[in-house]
Write a protein that binds this ligand. Structure first.
Ligand SMILES: O=C(O)CCC(=O)C(=O)O
Ligand SMILES: [Fe+2]
Length: 210
């Protein structure tokens, strides 16, 4: 599938128990209990063994913009493959368009401030990140657990906040119908206040990743 607009939206909508989140100017969906519990536990353990400080594409002078840790999930791990299969089934997007899946771990006080997942077309590093596979299209994000307090994902423009809920999927189209990046996708991984938060993010590109 190479139509990342309506075709993916229609595919996601056909998933049992998917909910379309009412948000102006934004295709935003959620599915509760998307990731089975046994898979969540294994993925959390994987993230814990391989984490490194998270980075951002265009440094903006704020060293505290994204303070979490990231894990590049091993593509040959059976749990990672099972999760990627789930993303393929709900999105209908060929796995060739998927970036390597990433785990994120937030300790108390850690966050990912307001950002968009697409690369700024005017950003200094746009060519570096997008010349081969193109822009990011869809984001599929799952919560692997529930911290004791904090750690919500807030879509400021769309006016929607998700509390972390183990197994829940949140997904959205980063592009508008005309193919330009959609600023209404702005979102904030808010500070964890108590406990630890684990999520996995899966991004898709306009062209095959490799
Ligand atoms: O942790 C969250 O709630 C959001 C994560 C996120 O936005 C990202 O990894 O791009
Ligand atoms: Fe994000």
């Amino acid at each position: 599938m190479t139509d990342f607009g309506e075709a993916v939206t229609a595919h996601v909508r056909s998933w049992p128990k998917v909910q379309k989140v009412p948000a102006p100017k934004l295709e935003l969906f959620t599915v509760r209990d998307f990731v089975p519990e046994a898979m969540r536990a294994n993925l959390i353990a994987l993230i814990d063994t391989k984490r490194r400080p998270s980075t951002i594409a265009d440094p903006n002078g704020d060293d505290y913009f994204r303070t979490s840790e990231t894990c590049d999930l091993p593509p040959d791990d059976p749990q990672v493959q099972a999760l990627r299969d789930l993303f393929t089934r709900i999105s209908g997007i060929d796995i060739a368009y998927a970036e390597p899946s990433q785990g994120q771990r937030y300790d108390v006080g850690q966050e990912f401030k307001n950002h968009t997942d697409y690369f700024e077309p005017t950003g200094a590093d746009f060519q570096k990140y997008c010349s081969v596979a193109g822009q990011r299209t869809w984001t599929f994000m799952v919560y692997l657990n529930e911290p004791e307090a904090g750690g919500a994902t807030r879509f400021k423009v769309a006016g929607k906040t998700f509390q972390p809920e183990a197994g829940r999927l949140v997904c959205w189209n980063n592009m508008r119908a005309d193919g330009t990046p959609n600023p209404a996708t702005l979102h904030h991984g808010m500070k964890v206040r108590k406990g630890v938060k684990y999520v996995i993010t899966q991004w898709y590109r306009e062209r095959p990743w490799k």
